[in-house]
Design a protein around this ligand. Sequence first.
Ligand SMILES: [Zn+2]
Length: 220
Amino acid sequence: MLHEQLRTSIVRHCSAMLQAGLTTGSGGNISVRIPESRHVCMSPTGIPYDNMRTADVAVVDTHGAVIDGDRNPSSELPMHLAVYAARPDVNAIVHTHSPYAATFACLREPIPAVHYLVGFAGTHVPVAPYATYGTPELAAGAVETLGTNFQAVLLANHGLLAVGPSLERAYAVAEEIELVARICFQSRAIGSPVILDEEEMRRVIRKFRSYGIQPSGEGD
Ligand SMILES: [Zn+2]
């Protein structure tokens, strides 16, 4: 089977996403790019994660044409392909509807540096403009907001998009940002959290880079 190991890893991470409460049912999606072949392996549309098999994970080319797999790729394929086209450093994307991140997405409010772990995404987590799910407009807004350095963006009234050089890293970004969103929500519920300033967040990001947590690059 083409890219069997990677496709199995996608199934495993989809299941983990469900177990961790980062999504429900068949919501959200995961893809991985193989730089050598430029193929993209993507979780399928409409299959509950509990029932997903390796062969259900679609393999597509850079234009989205299906090369292998028993199912069609997720309806958010255009967004994933647009991110890969814009960001050569990104080889994996994890999109969730995780409840605390989605809460900020519904407020259309960036997640601030309430906790240093926001550095997994950047100095903060910005919000991409609202567009109907699965559309080129949503893809364009997500790409523009991600820019060249952010590792995660909120999708207005929708959820979270996390990226990384590997599936493990993109998944970790999704997990850590959900934690930061929850901490922000909770700390606002009982008080006024102190937000770390940009200078401190840049220091944290430099430190993360020396541990390999944040990919190298300048700026956000
Ligand atoms: Zn979604």
